[in-house]
Design a protein around this ligand. Structure first.
Ligand code: AMP
Length: 518
């Protein structure tokens, strides 16, 4: 029996016996379609792992060396991730949108032994890395060029995966930092593997599944949930480096599973060719990373006959809850994130840490084998985020209904306190989104001299509509308590979102902070 808890070993064990079948086929990017067999995955990860081993990277106290990666999405970037696991090092993906000041912070904070970047960024990235003490900087481009692959090509294609225990670090994911300084969430081999095994079963991964992969691979959703799901099932991936609704619609008939952030679903629905026909072989559409509007959920069902399965998770915990896959476990309910996953405990607590009764809103706390090992080099911050009895405070506000369904109301930092009253932005947004001519909205609190915070709404109109701020405010007045009604409402063409589709309320708060002259 092999008791190596290295995540790579588990993924490798799931490769099909027939290694010469296609594991990944590219749908876009240079040279597409390119096909990679399972044998290619086995050999390439061995060669890159051997290259990393040949560098004789020093261990850093209790942790293996870290490999920080900021490259465009490519199959080779995924192979690099798998090779880092295989060699037993710690993978540290960085959002491709990050600029110099951000990279300087991450590299300075994480002190990676190796940095891999796009060739076009080598000049400035290597300068930052060398200054921070990193000795090895490689390039990797999205067209299969760069020094990483050149050097790996000289290595043996055989490699014995490093022995790792479940508690050894596998990856550090920096949180998106929409509410403060980004923190490095330390995830272990055990965190990632336990979650992947749970999802394999809960989402009914089956023989013949094909995943259409469109998400970025610097984030928990695309890197872990999507990639691990397919690999652990020995399933082929149709690999897109970016989301193009037309191209995705064209290739969807070859797929059975799709994972997207809510904005991708909105964009698919705006694609005229998208509908029943394109989805004819689909088994499962999964959404997460940000709230899915109930309208999108309903429109998607009407257009395709498929009910999107919404799930909830975060960098620190991978996946926490999911709507049911199997009908016998319950319906997939729009506007909720379903039930805590098997093995995950989830509770809602009030400010004093007392359990909230069913249906009451409070802070969501979780426990389970998926919960991370703490924030990198932030022991104080880590301590703050765990309760005395060992539950992780997610920072999300929500409720658990009497029937067990979990609903997210927002981030605790987005909670508005006006004149001493709590206002949950999601409640007001829900009312606004149902109004004529409104596509979506964001409600924020900004400094107010009398009330502490004043409620402000930003509304995006539906195409061709021009809702009147005064009329929207008037309509709200009859329906909700006055203290919840926005004092100002702006109609804007779009909401600021990050690459994972999350509304960046911090930017809206910044933009409107002087509104009440506080
Ligand atoms: P990240 O660590 O970047 O994945 O962000 C995690 C956060 O995204 C969570 O703490 C939630 O606030 C939010 N999130 C993830 N999935 C959902 C969902 N289905 N509905 C609402 N918010 C979500």
């Amino acid at each position: 029996m092999n008791d190596n808890q290295n995540l790579f070993t588990a993924l490798r064990a799931a490769f099909p016996a027939e290694l010469d079948t296609v594991a990944i086929e590219t749908g876009d990017g240079p040279g597409a379609p390119l096909c990679y067999t399972w044998r290619d995955l086995e050999r390439a990860t061995a060669m890159i792992a051997n290259l990393l081993d040949s560098l004789e990277l020093p261990r850093d106290g209790e942790h293996p060396p870290r490999v920080a990666v900021q490259t465009e999405k490519s199959v080779e970037a995924l192979l690099l991730y798998l090779a880092v696991l295989r060699a037993g090092y710690v993978y540290l993906p960085l959002n491709t949108a990050y600029q110099q000041a951000e990279i300087e912070y991450f590299v300075g904070n994480a002190e990676p032994a190796v940095v891999v970047c796009s060739g076009k960024n080598f000049g400035w990235v290597s300068k930052i890395a060398f200054k921070a003490g990193t000795k090895h900087v490689f390039t990797l481009n999205d067209d299969r060029t760069g020094s990483l692959l050149e050097r790996a090509a000289l290595q043996s294609d055989r490699h014995v995966p490093a022995q790792r225990s479940a508690s050894d670090l596998a990856a550090i994911l920096y949180t998106s930092g929409t509410t403060g300084r980004s923190k490095g969430a330390m995830l272990t081999h055990g965190n990632l593997l336990s979650n992947a095994l749970t999802l394999k079963d809960y989402w009914g991964w089956t023989d013949g599944d094909v995943l259409l992969h469109v998400l970025p691979i610097f984030h928990v959703h695309g890197l872990f949930v999507a990639s691990h799901g397919a690999l652990l099932n020995g399933s082929k991936m149709l690999w897109f480096s970016r989301f193009d609704p037309k191209a995705v619609t064209a290739r969807l008939p070859e797929a059975t599973v799709f994972m997207g952030v809510p904005t991708l679903y909105v964009r698919l629905l705006a694609e005229p060719g998208f509908g029943h026909e394109a989805c004819r072989h689909m088994r499962l559409f999964i959404a997460g990373s940000a709230p899915l509007l109930i309208e999108t959920f309903n429109e998607f069902r009407a257009r395709t006959g498929h009910t999107i399965l919404e799930r909830y998770g975060m960098s620190e915990t991978v996946m926490l809850s999911s709507n049911p896959y199997r009908a016998e476990d319950g319906e997939r309910r729009g506007g909720t994130v379903g039930f805590p996953l098997p093995g995950v405990q989830l509770r809602v607590s009030d400010k004093q840490g007392r359990p909230c009764p069913a249906g009451e809103i409070g802070g969501i706390e979780v426990k389970g084998p998926n919960v991370f090992a703490g924030y990198w080099r932030m022991p104080e911050k880590t301590k703050e985020e765990f309760t005395a009895d060992g539950w992780f405070r997610t920072g999300d506000v929500g409720k658990v209904g009497a029937d067990g369904y979990v609903t997210i109301v927002g981030r605790s930092k987005d909670l508005i306190i006006t004149g001493g009253y709590n206002v949950y932005p999601a409640e007001i947004e829900g009312y606004l989104n149902e109004m004529d001519g409104v596509a979506e909205s964001a409600v924020i609190g900004v400094p107010h001299p009398d009330f502490g915070e004043g409620v402000v709404a930003v509304v995006v109109p539906k195409p061709g509509a021009a809702p009147e701020p005064a009329a929207l405010i008037g309509a709200l007045k009859g329906r909700i308590a006055n203290f919840k009604v926005p004092k100002h409402l702006f109609v804007e063409a779009t909401l600021p979102r990050n690459t994972m589709g999350k509304v960046q309320k911090n930017l809206l708060r910044e933009q409107h902070k002087g509104l009440f002259g506080a």
